[in-house]
Design a protein around this ligand. Structure first.
Ligand code: OOG
Ligand code: MG
Length: 266
């Protein structure tokens, strides 16, 4: 029997990730896991990754669009941490030997030019701190069976973070209309989802401001050079071996990702 606390919950999630094994929601066994405790588990999990050589490269928001909130059955955005090991080189297929049940979702990504510390950050102030805007494709891989979790569970699981691709085109934050920036998601040539930047909190800069303000409540801030994933614009699609999945943006270019070869289950 597991004695549940911050460290054992973090260890449980880290082991599931390492073993590519899905688990039942921690809240099923540990009802005391609330939002604040979930963030403490997330912190413990990141501390462990840093001790094992990972470097923090930025933050991500999750559940910032209605499409994502409705699919996951949770209507509250959350933040999580990005590390260097999650960065996926353009053209490299999704490696099934690394993931449990990867899904991929299109995102608008900011690279910060200045520090951004809440509280009281507005979207205008947030956008002024951005150096460049990029297309992104996030690979999520919940450690929970069938992506079924409560808000504290998914916060503890670092918001299903697994990997992310960045598009090759960089635009200045005021060189495009982020609300109107559209994205088409295709699976094997077929359009399956579409959205504009407005899907993300009305404007992706609102999501950035939300991240700065909610991080401030935990004594954290966003730093110059950080990568910020603003959240899936559409629902995510499952990646299957051999699939070709693309996200085509109006002015941020396209990202094409292939599902690699099937990996044997261990
Ligand atoms: C949680 C992660 C959500 C997003 O962009 O909304 C997320 C999940 O859907 O498993 O990354
Ligand atoms: Mg995401």
């Amino acid at each position: 029997m597991t004695i549940w606390n911050i460290d054992s919950a973090a260890r449980h999630l880290l082991d599931a990730e390492a073993d590519r094994r899905d688990i039942t929601p921690i809240t099923d066994d540990w009802a005391e896991l609330d939002i604040a405790t979930g963030y403490r588990v997330q912190d413990a999990l990141i501390t462990d990754k840093i001790a094992n050589g990972h470097t923090v490269v930025g933050v991500k928001l999750g559940l910032t669009s209605r499409a994502k909130q409705q699919r996951m059955g949770i209507d509250s955005p959350l933040t999580a941490v990005l590390t260097d090991k999650m960065y996926l080189e353009a053209g490299v297929p999704v490696d099934f030997s690394r993931f449990i049940h990867p899904r991929i979702e299109p995102e608008i990504v900011f690279v910060m030019g200045e520090d951004l510390a809440g509280p009281g950050i507005t979207s205008a102030r947030a956008l002024a701190a951005v150096r460049s805007v990029h297309a992104g494709f996030e690979v999520i891989d919940s450690r929970y069976r069938d992506f079924k979790f409560t808000l504290p569970d998914v916060i503890a699981d670092n918001a299903s973070s697994a990997g992310f691709y960045l598009g090759g085109i960089a635009r200045g934050p005021f060189d495009l209309d982020l609300q109107m920036e559209a994205c088409l998601v295709r699976v094997n040539g077929q359009v399956v989802y579409s959205a504009t930047g407005a899907a993300v909190q009305g404007h992706p800069a609102e999501a950035l401001a939300l991240a700065a303000n909610s991080l401030a409540a935990r004594g954290r801030s966003i730093h110059a050079g950080d990568i910020v994933l603003t959240g899936g614009m559409t629902d995510a699609v499952f990646v299957n071996p051999g699939d070709q999945i693309s996200a085509e943006f109006t002015s941020l270019g396209s990202i094409v990702v292939a599902g690699g070869a099937a990996a044997p289950r261990c």
